[in-house]
Design a protein around this ligand. Structure first.
Ligand code: PHE
Length: 449
Protein backbone atom coordinates (compact mmCIF):
# COMPACT_ATOMS: atom_id res chain seq x y z
CA UNK A 1 0.00 0.00 0.00
CA UNK A 2 1.31 3.42 -0.88
CA UNK A 3 1.53 5.77 2.02
CA UNK A 4 -0.42 8.95 1.56
CA UNK A 5 1.84 11.95 1.27
CA UNK A 6 1.50 15.72 1.42
CA UNK A 7 0.60 17.22 -1.92
CA UNK A 8 2.98 20.08 -1.47
CA UNK A 9 5.72 21.24 0.80
CA UNK A 10 3.61 24.19 1.78
CA UNK A 11 0.86 21.73 2.67
CA UNK A 12 3.04 20.10 5.28
CA UNK A 13 3.90 23.42 6.90
CA UNK A 14 0.33 24.53 6.96
CA UNK A 15 -0.87 21.33 8.54
CA UNK A 16 1.95 21.13 11.07
CA UNK A 17 1.48 24.74 12.09
CA UNK A 18 -2.28 24.17 11.92
CA UNK A 19 -1.87 21.40 14.47
CA UNK A 20 0.46 23.37 16.67
CA UNK A 21 -1.48 26.61 16.57
CA UNK A 22 -4.79 26.34 18.31
CA UNK A 23 -6.47 26.76 21.64
CA UNK A 24 -3.08 26.14 23.24
CA UNK A 25 -1.85 29.49 22.01
CA UNK A 26 -4.93 31.59 22.47
CA UNK A 27 -6.81 30.01 25.29
CA UNK A 28 -4.26 28.09 27.36
CA UNK A 29 -1.13 30.21 27.05
CA UNK A 30 -2.54 33.45 28.53
CA UNK A 31 -4.03 31.91 31.65
CA UNK A 32 -1.02 29.69 32.32
CA UNK A 33 1.18 32.78 32.05
CA UNK A 34 -1.07 34.63 34.50
CA UNK A 35 -1.07 31.66 36.86
CA UNK A 36 2.71 31.64 36.88
CA UNK A 37 3.30 35.33 37.35
CA UNK A 38 3.94 36.74 33.86
CA UNK A 39 7.27 37.75 32.29
CA UNK A 40 9.63 35.29 33.95
CA UNK A 41 7.39 32.43 32.94
CA UNK A 42 7.15 33.72 29.38
CA UNK A 43 10.95 33.77 29.21
CA UNK A 44 11.13 30.25 30.60
CA UNK A 45 8.56 29.10 28.08
CA UNK A 46 10.39 30.60 25.10
CA UNK A 47 13.71 29.11 26.24
CA UNK A 48 12.17 25.70 26.76
CA UNK A 49 10.45 25.82 23.37
CA UNK A 50 13.89 26.08 21.84
CA UNK A 51 15.97 23.79 24.01
CA UNK A 52 13.37 21.14 24.78
CA UNK A 53 10.51 21.50 22.32
CA UNK A 54 12.58 21.81 19.17
CA UNK A 55 14.81 18.74 19.74
CA UNK A 56 11.76 16.68 20.65
CA UNK A 57 9.88 17.89 17.62
CA UNK A 58 12.76 16.86 15.38
CA UNK A 59 12.80 13.46 17.10
CA UNK A 60 9.08 12.85 16.57
CA UNK A 61 9.21 13.83 12.91
CA UNK A 62 12.25 11.55 12.46
CA UNK A 63 10.47 8.67 14.10
CA UNK A 64 7.54 8.86 11.70
CA UNK A 65 9.65 9.60 8.69
CA UNK A 66 12.25 6.95 9.31
CA UNK A 67 9.86 4.03 8.96
CA UNK A 68 6.80 5.76 7.56
CA UNK A 69 4.49 4.66 10.30
CA UNK A 70 2.39 6.20 13.05
CA UNK A 71 3.52 6.20 16.62
CA UNK A 72 2.34 2.75 17.74
CA UNK A 73 3.86 0.84 14.85
CA UNK A 74 6.80 3.18 14.47
CA UNK A 75 7.99 2.67 18.03
CA UNK A 76 7.69 -1.09 17.70
CA UNK A 77 9.63 -1.16 14.47
CA UNK A 78 12.60 0.54 16.04
CA UNK A 79 15.37 -1.93 16.66
CA UNK A 80 13.01 -4.84 17.30
CA UNK A 81 15.13 -6.55 19.94
CA UNK A 82 15.29 -3.91 22.62
CA UNK A 83 12.83 -2.47 25.11
CA UNK A 84 9.85 -4.12 23.39
CA UNK A 85 7.49 -3.68 26.32
CA UNK A 86 8.48 -0.12 26.94
CA UNK A 87 8.00 0.81 23.30
CA UNK A 88 4.57 -0.72 23.19
CA UNK A 89 3.49 1.30 26.20
CA UNK A 90 4.84 4.58 24.91
CA UNK A 91 2.91 4.17 21.67
CA UNK A 92 -0.27 3.29 23.50
CA UNK A 93 0.15 6.09 25.98
CA UNK A 94 0.36 8.65 23.17
CA UNK A 95 -2.87 7.44 21.65
CA UNK A 96 -4.66 7.43 25.00
CA UNK A 97 -3.44 10.98 25.66
CA UNK A 98 -4.77 12.02 22.26
CA UNK A 99 -8.18 10.53 23.03
CA UNK A 100 -8.51 12.20 26.41
CA UNK A 101 -7.14 15.55 25.28
CA UNK A 102 -9.44 15.54 22.27
CA UNK A 103 -12.38 15.08 24.60
CA UNK A 104 -11.77 18.25 26.55
CA UNK A 105 -10.36 20.11 23.58
CA UNK A 106 -13.75 19.50 21.97
CA UNK A 107 -15.56 20.93 24.95
CA UNK A 108 -13.50 24.13 24.77
CA UNK A 109 -14.02 24.22 20.99
CA UNK A 110 -17.73 24.01 21.79
CA UNK A 111 -17.33 27.13 23.95
CA UNK A 112 -15.85 28.85 20.89
CA UNK A 113 -18.84 27.76 18.82
CA UNK A 114 -21.13 29.19 21.48
CA UNK A 115 -19.48 32.60 21.22
CA UNK A 116 -19.54 32.44 17.46
CA UNK A 117 -23.28 31.82 17.54
CA UNK A 118 -23.82 34.57 20.07
CA UNK A 119 -22.06 37.07 17.84
CA UNK A 120 -24.17 35.95 14.90
CA UNK A 121 -27.32 36.49 16.93
CA UNK A 122 -25.94 39.83 18.07
CA UNK A 123 -25.43 41.12 14.52
CA UNK A 124 -28.84 39.87 13.49
CA UNK A 125 -30.73 41.50 16.36
CA UNK A 126 -28.82 44.64 17.09
CA UNK A 127 -30.94 47.69 17.83
CA UNK A 128 -28.26 49.87 19.29
CA UNK A 129 -28.67 48.46 22.79
CA UNK A 130 -25.46 47.54 24.63
CA UNK A 131 -25.67 43.82 25.01
CA UNK A 132 -23.51 41.30 26.75
CA UNK A 133 -22.04 38.05 25.55
CA UNK A 134 -20.83 35.94 28.44
CA UNK A 135 -19.87 32.48 29.59
CA UNK A 136 -22.88 32.20 31.91
CA UNK A 137 -25.19 30.08 29.73
CA UNK A 138 -22.36 27.61 29.16
CA UNK A 139 -21.44 27.40 32.81
CA UNK A 140 -25.04 26.66 33.71
CA UNK A 141 -25.58 23.89 31.20
CA UNK A 142 -23.53 20.76 30.77
CA UNK A 143 -25.98 19.61 28.13
CA UNK A 144 -25.27 22.70 26.05
CA UNK A 145 -21.51 22.12 26.39
CA UNK A 146 -21.81 18.48 25.40
CA UNK A 147 -24.12 19.34 22.49
CA UNK A 148 -21.68 21.88 21.12
CA UNK A 149 -18.75 19.51 21.62
CA UNK A 150 -20.66 16.87 19.63
CA UNK A 151 -21.23 19.26 16.75
CA UNK A 152 -17.54 20.07 16.76
CA UNK A 153 -16.50 16.42 16.82
CA UNK A 154 -18.90 15.58 14.05
CA UNK A 155 -17.37 18.20 11.77
CA UNK A 156 -13.84 17.00 12.58
CA UNK A 157 -14.80 13.36 11.98
CA UNK A 158 -16.37 14.04 8.60
CA UNK A 159 -13.21 15.83 7.49
CA UNK A 160 -10.94 13.07 8.79
CA UNK A 161 -12.91 10.32 7.04
CA UNK A 162 -12.02 11.97 3.75
CA UNK A 163 -8.37 11.00 4.18
CA UNK A 164 -5.19 12.94 4.50
CA UNK A 165 -5.05 14.82 1.22
CA UNK A 166 -8.64 15.63 0.67
CA UNK A 167 -9.39 16.24 4.31
CA UNK A 168 -6.52 17.46 6.34
CA UNK A 169 -4.40 19.38 3.91
CA UNK A 170 -7.13 21.20 2.06
CA UNK A 171 -9.13 22.27 5.04
CA UNK A 172 -6.46 23.15 7.49
CA UNK A 173 -4.25 24.77 4.91
CA UNK A 174 -6.81 27.32 3.93
CA UNK A 175 -7.52 28.48 7.45
CA UNK A 176 -4.21 29.57 8.86
CA UNK A 177 -3.24 32.78 7.06
CA UNK A 178 -6.64 34.38 7.64
CA UNK A 179 -6.33 34.06 11.38
CA UNK A 180 -2.84 35.46 11.62
CA UNK A 181 -3.95 38.55 9.73
CA UNK A 182 -6.95 38.93 11.97
CA UNK A 183 -4.82 38.77 15.13
CA UNK A 184 -2.45 41.41 13.87
CA UNK A 185 -5.36 43.75 13.12
CA UNK A 186 -6.78 43.21 16.59
CA UNK A 187 -3.44 43.83 18.28
CA UNK A 188 -3.27 47.25 16.66
CA UNK A 189 -6.66 47.93 18.24
CA UNK A 190 -5.69 46.78 21.73
CA UNK A 191 -2.65 49.03 21.62
CA UNK A 192 -4.89 52.02 22.09
CA UNK A 193 -6.08 50.72 25.47
CA UNK A 194 -4.63 52.55 28.50
CA UNK A 195 -3.63 49.26 30.13
CA UNK A 196 -1.23 48.33 27.31
CA UNK A 197 2.01 49.44 29.06
CA UNK A 198 1.02 47.51 32.20
CA UNK A 199 0.16 44.47 30.10
CA UNK A 200 3.43 44.53 28.18
CA UNK A 201 5.36 44.91 31.40
CA UNK A 202 3.49 41.98 32.89
CA UNK A 203 4.23 39.85 29.83
CA UNK A 204 7.81 40.77 29.12
CA UNK A 205 9.43 42.04 32.31
CA UNK A 206 10.87 38.96 34.01
CA UNK A 207 10.30 39.13 37.73
CA UNK A 208 11.76 35.80 38.80
CA UNK A 209 10.38 36.05 42.31
CA UNK A 210 6.94 35.44 40.84
CA UNK A 211 7.86 31.98 39.59
CA UNK A 212 6.51 29.05 41.55
CA UNK A 213 8.09 25.68 42.26
CA UNK A 214 5.64 24.16 39.85
CA UNK A 215 6.35 26.65 37.07
CA UNK A 216 9.08 24.64 35.37
CA UNK A 217 6.83 21.62 34.88
CA UNK A 218 3.97 23.89 33.82
CA UNK A 219 6.20 25.43 31.16
CA UNK A 220 7.39 22.03 29.90
CA UNK A 221 3.81 20.80 29.77
CA UNK A 222 2.73 23.80 27.81
CA UNK A 223 5.62 23.53 25.36
CA UNK A 224 4.63 19.90 24.67
CA UNK A 225 0.97 20.79 24.38
CA UNK A 226 1.41 23.74 22.10
CA UNK A 227 3.89 22.00 19.81
CA UNK A 228 1.69 18.87 19.77
CA UNK A 229 4.46 16.72 21.27
CA UNK A 230 3.87 13.42 23.02
CA UNK A 231 0.60 12.78 21.21
CA UNK A 232 2.10 11.01 18.24
CA UNK A 233 0.74 13.76 15.99
CA UNK A 234 4.10 14.85 14.73
CA UNK A 235 5.12 11.22 14.25
CA UNK A 236 2.18 10.72 11.93
CA UNK A 237 2.92 13.97 10.11
CA UNK A 238 6.56 12.98 9.70
CA UNK A 239 5.46 9.73 8.14
CA UNK A 240 3.64 11.62 5.39
CA UNK A 241 6.61 13.88 4.72
CA UNK A 242 8.63 13.65 1.53
CA UNK A 243 12.33 12.81 1.53
CA UNK A 244 13.23 16.18 0.08
CA UNK A 245 12.30 18.09 3.19
CA UNK A 246 15.05 18.87 5.68
CA UNK A 247 13.28 17.99 8.91
CA UNK A 248 15.36 20.02 11.41
CA UNK A 249 14.80 23.19 9.38
CA UNK A 250 11.08 22.48 9.15
CA UNK A 251 10.92 21.81 12.90
CA UNK A 252 12.75 25.05 13.67
CA UNK A 253 10.31 27.06 11.59
CA UNK A 254 7.30 25.39 13.16
CA UNK A 255 8.64 26.07 16.67
CA UNK A 256 9.37 29.69 15.82
CA UNK A 257 5.99 30.40 14.26
CA UNK A 258 4.06 28.70 17.05
CA UNK A 259 5.98 30.53 19.77
CA UNK A 260 5.58 33.89 18.06
CA UNK A 261 1.87 33.30 17.69
CA UNK A 262 1.57 32.59 21.43
CA UNK A 263 3.33 35.85 22.19
CA UNK A 264 1.01 37.73 19.84
CA UNK A 265 -1.94 36.08 21.59
CA UNK A 266 -0.58 37.33 24.93
CA UNK A 267 -0.13 40.84 23.58
CA UNK A 268 -3.71 40.68 22.36
CA UNK A 269 -5.38 39.32 25.48
CA UNK A 270 -3.59 41.00 28.39
CA UNK A 271 -4.28 44.66 27.64
CA UNK A 272 -7.96 43.73 27.37
CA UNK A 273 -7.99 41.50 30.41
CA UNK A 274 -6.20 44.08 32.56
CA UNK A 275 -8.51 46.88 31.57
CA UNK A 276 -11.75 44.99 32.03
CA UNK A 277 -11.36 42.55 34.84
CA UNK A 278 -8.64 41.25 37.07
CA UNK A 279 -10.40 38.35 38.68
CA UNK A 280 -10.40 35.75 35.95
CA UNK A 281 -6.80 36.28 34.87
CA UNK A 282 -5.68 32.90 36.19
CA UNK A 283 -8.64 30.87 35.07
CA UNK A 284 -9.41 28.92 31.91
CA UNK A 285 -12.24 31.37 31.32
CA UNK A 286 -9.77 34.26 30.77
CA UNK A 287 -9.95 34.47 26.99
CA UNK A 288 -13.71 34.07 26.93
CA UNK A 289 -14.35 36.57 29.70
CA UNK A 290 -12.02 39.21 28.35
CA UNK A 291 -12.45 39.25 24.63
CA UNK A 292 -16.18 39.40 23.79
CA UNK A 293 -16.79 42.64 25.72
CA UNK A 294 -13.80 44.27 24.07
CA UNK A 295 -14.87 43.18 20.60
CA UNK A 296 -18.35 44.53 21.18
CA UNK A 297 -16.90 47.87 22.24
CA UNK A 298 -15.21 48.33 18.85
CA UNK A 299 -17.09 50.05 16.08
CA UNK A 300 -18.66 47.26 14.07
CA UNK A 301 -17.72 45.04 16.98
CA UNK A 302 -20.21 42.28 16.42
CA UNK A 303 -18.71 41.68 12.98
CA UNK A 304 -15.26 41.58 14.50
CA UNK A 305 -16.61 39.08 16.97
CA UNK A 306 -17.89 36.82 14.22
CA UNK A 307 -14.61 37.02 12.37
CA UNK A 308 -12.46 36.43 15.43
CA UNK A 309 -14.41 33.50 16.78
CA UNK A 310 -14.71 32.01 13.33
CA UNK A 311 -10.95 32.08 12.97
CA UNK A 312 -10.46 30.77 16.50
CA UNK A 313 -12.92 28.02 15.75
CA UNK A 314 -11.09 27.08 12.58
CA UNK A 315 -7.79 26.99 14.46
CA UNK A 316 -9.24 24.67 17.07
CA UNK A 317 -10.84 22.59 14.35
CA UNK A 318 -7.51 22.11 12.61
CA UNK A 319 -5.89 21.08 15.89
CA UNK A 320 -8.75 18.68 16.62
CA UNK A 321 -8.54 17.19 13.15
CA UNK A 322 -4.87 16.46 13.69
CA UNK A 323 -5.57 14.84 17.06
CA UNK A 324 -8.25 12.66 15.52
CA UNK A 325 -5.97 11.84 12.63
CA UNK A 326 -3.41 10.34 15.04
CA UNK A 327 -6.00 8.12 16.62
CA UNK A 328 -7.38 7.04 13.25
CA UNK A 329 -4.03 6.44 11.58
CA UNK A 330 -2.88 4.32 14.51
CA UNK A 331 -6.08 2.29 14.54
CA UNK A 332 -5.82 1.76 10.79
CA UNK A 333 -2.25 0.61 10.95
CA UNK A 334 -2.18 -1.27 14.16
CA UNK A 335 -5.57 -2.86 14.29
CA UNK A 336 -6.21 -2.83 10.55
CA UNK A 337 -9.48 -0.99 11.07
CA UNK A 338 -10.71 0.86 7.95
CA UNK A 339 -10.51 4.67 8.08
CA UNK A 340 -14.28 5.12 8.24
CA UNK A 341 -14.87 2.79 11.17
CA UNK A 342 -11.80 4.03 13.00
CA UNK A 343 -12.98 7.64 12.75
CA UNK A 344 -16.55 6.98 13.87
CA UNK A 345 -15.37 4.64 16.62
CA UNK A 346 -13.02 7.31 17.92
CA UNK A 347 -15.84 9.84 17.82
CA UNK A 348 -17.97 7.61 20.05
CA UNK A 349 -15.20 7.12 22.62
CA UNK A 350 -14.27 10.79 22.70
CA UNK A 351 -17.89 11.81 23.16
CA UNK A 352 -18.28 9.56 26.15
CA UNK A 353 -15.09 10.95 27.67
CA UNK A 354 -16.24 14.50 26.93
CA UNK A 355 -19.14 14.20 29.37
CA UNK A 356 -16.68 14.66 32.24
CA UNK A 357 -15.32 18.08 31.25
CA UNK A 358 -18.71 19.15 29.87
CA UNK A 359 -20.48 18.62 33.15
CA UNK A 360 -17.60 19.61 35.36
CA UNK A 361 -18.45 23.30 35.34
CA UNK A 362 -21.81 22.68 36.96
CA UNK A 363 -22.89 19.24 38.20
CA UNK A 364 -19.51 17.78 38.94
CA UNK A 365 -17.73 20.91 40.00
CA UNK A 366 -15.15 20.10 42.59
CA UNK A 367 -15.22 21.86 45.91
CA UNK A 368 -14.15 25.45 45.64
CA UNK A 369 -11.06 25.38 43.49
CA UNK A 370 -11.00 24.38 39.89
CA UNK A 371 -13.10 22.16 37.70
CA UNK A 372 -12.57 18.75 36.17
CA UNK A 373 -11.10 20.52 33.13
CA UNK A 374 -8.38 21.98 35.31
CA UNK A 375 -7.70 18.73 37.13
CA UNK A 376 -7.56 16.78 33.87
CA UNK A 377 -5.36 19.46 32.43
CA UNK A 378 -2.92 19.25 35.32
CA UNK A 379 -2.60 15.47 35.38
CA UNK A 380 -2.52 15.05 31.65
CA UNK A 381 -0.68 18.06 30.30
CA UNK A 382 1.70 18.79 33.13
CA UNK A 383 2.51 15.29 34.27
CA UNK A 384 1.82 12.57 31.73
CA UNK A 385 2.37 14.46 28.48
CA UNK A 386 5.96 15.60 29.20
CA UNK A 387 6.85 12.06 30.27
CA UNK A 388 5.43 10.66 27.02
CA UNK A 389 7.17 13.29 24.89
CA UNK A 390 10.55 12.84 26.55
CA UNK A 391 10.23 9.04 26.33
CA UNK A 392 9.64 9.24 22.58
CA UNK A 393 12.70 11.48 22.33
CA UNK A 394 14.86 9.01 24.24
CA UNK A 395 13.58 6.19 22.13
CA UNK A 396 14.58 7.97 18.96
CA UNK A 397 17.98 8.68 20.46
CA UNK A 398 18.63 5.10 21.50
CA UNK A 399 16.87 3.12 18.81
CA UNK A 400 17.34 4.84 15.47
CA UNK A 401 20.67 3.79 13.99
CA UNK A 402 23.41 6.40 13.99
CA UNK A 403 23.69 6.31 10.20
CA UNK A 404 19.96 6.90 9.78
CA UNK A 405 19.98 9.79 12.26
CA UNK A 406 22.86 11.36 10.37
CA UNK A 407 21.15 10.84 7.05
CA UNK A 408 18.04 12.60 8.29
CA UNK A 409 19.78 15.40 10.15
CA UNK A 410 22.80 16.34 8.11
CA UNK A 411 22.24 18.16 4.88
CA UNK A 412 25.42 18.82 2.95
CA UNK A 413 24.02 22.04 1.57
CA UNK A 414 23.45 23.33 5.08
CA UNK A 415 26.79 23.39 6.86
CA UNK A 416 25.21 24.39 10.15
CA UNK A 417 23.36 21.07 10.23
CA UNK A 418 26.67 19.31 10.76
CA UNK A 419 27.43 21.40 13.82
CA UNK A 420 23.91 21.18 15.17
CA UNK A 421 23.79 17.41 14.93
CA UNK A 422 25.94 16.74 17.97
CA UNK A 423 24.11 19.45 19.93
CA UNK A 424 20.80 17.84 19.11
CA UNK A 425 21.98 14.42 20.21
CA UNK A 426 23.49 15.74 23.41
CA UNK A 427 20.37 17.68 24.25
CA UNK A 428 18.15 14.70 23.61
CA UNK A 429 20.36 12.39 25.62
CA UNK A 430 21.18 14.52 28.66
CA UNK A 431 19.63 17.94 28.80
CA UNK A 432 15.99 17.16 28.04
CA UNK A 433 15.69 14.27 30.53
CA UNK A 434 17.60 16.31 33.14
CA UNK A 435 15.24 19.29 32.80
CA UNK A 436 12.23 17.02 33.09
CA UNK A 437 13.68 15.30 36.14
CA UNK A 438 14.35 18.64 37.83
CA UNK A 439 10.86 19.84 37.01
CA UNK A 440 9.19 16.73 38.44
CA UNK A 441 11.27 17.07 41.58
CA UNK A 442 10.27 20.72 42.01
CA UNK A 443 6.65 19.81 41.42
CA UNK A 444 6.92 17.15 44.09
CA UNK A 445 8.20 19.73 46.60
CA UNK A 446 5.41 22.07 45.54
CA UNK A 447 2.83 19.40 46.36
CA UNK A 448 4.46 18.72 49.73
CA UNK A 449 4.32 22.35 50.74
N1 PHE B 1 -1.03 22.19 19.73
C1 PHE B 1 -2.44 22.37 19.83
C2 PHE B 1 -2.75 23.72 20.49
O1 PHE B 1 -1.86 24.38 20.92
C3 PHE B 1 -3.08 21.25 20.60
C4 PHE B 1 -2.85 19.94 19.97
C5 PHE B 1 -2.12 18.97 20.58
C6 PHE B 1 -3.32 19.68 18.71
C7 PHE B 1 -1.85 17.78 19.97
C8 PHE B 1 -3.06 18.46 18.10
C9 PHE B 1 -2.31 17.52 18.73
O2 PHE B 1 -3.88 24.11 20.56
Amino acid sequence: MNRAAWKSRFGFYLVAVGSAFGLGNLWRFPYIVAENGGGAFVLLYVLLALILGLPLLIAELFLGHSNRKSVMSATLLLDAKTHTRWKKWIGRLSVVISLVVLSYYSVISGWVLHFLMQFFIETASRFGVESQITMAPLMRSGVLQLGLASVHLLIATVIVTKGVQEGLEKWVGALMPAFVLMMVVLVTKTFSLPSTPEALRFLFYPDFSKLKLSSLLAAIGHVCFTLSLGFGTMVTFGSYLSDKEHIPTAAFRITLIDTLLSLVAGILIFPIALSFNHQTLKEPALLFEALPGFLLSLPGGAWFGILFFLCLYLASLSASISLLEVIVSNAMEFKKIPRMSAAWGALAIVLILATIPAFSTNLMRFTGEGSAVELLDFILIQLILPIAAVSIGSLVYTSIAESEKQRLFIDRLKIESLAMYSHWKWTLKYLVPAILFAAVLLQFFALLK
